[in-house]
Design a protein around this ligand. Sequence first.
Ligand SMILES: [Zn+2]
Length: 223
Amino acid sequence: MPDLIVLHHTAMATPEAALARLCDPGPEVSAHYLICERGRCWQLVAEEARAWHAGAGRWGDAGDVNSRSIGIELANRGDHPYPAPQMAALRALMAGVMARWAIPPHRVIAHSDMAPGRKSDPGPRFDWRALARDGLSVWSDVVGQGAQGARGAKGGQGAAWEDFLRDAARFGYPVAETPPQTVLDAFRLRFRPHHTGPLDGTDCARIADLAARFPVDRGGASA
Ligand SMILES: [Zn+2]
């Protein structure tokens, strides 16, 4: 039974090209749904069937993500904004999927969340905050202090990194097998888009807030 939703972008020039690729039985690439920029939605795989959209990666203790997730592809060349009709179609689709399978908002993730470094979709142009406002994902606006993490003032960057990575793992990021900077990059792609620079207090405060409210392996959701 699916208990995760993974959002993607197609990174192809047109939705038709993406559709052709997703329907091609040759490469092992498929997703349950594809939504074009104008809001048209194609179902490519039945929700109860396994699709090939996630590949290698992990979220919390969920290793074989394909076998327990619904994959939704958004047609996008990779660096374009997501138009309103496409987001409206996504919201309607997600509301239905989440109701049918009782998937809570914190089980909606980016492909880049479960495969940091290897994948970067749906990318920094995707509006996670708006999705969370509609109860379709989670968000944090917490702002931390200073250039370093919570313990940073006393323990320096090392302690800040320790805190950040512990909380990132509690939230779901595959920390054990991922270089620390790559975890930070994936986190920022979703929760601090376009932010650069060394690990700081807001990174630490925001992931701590998310980990405290949405620990990935609390009951039910683990396998
Ligand atoms: Zn993807």
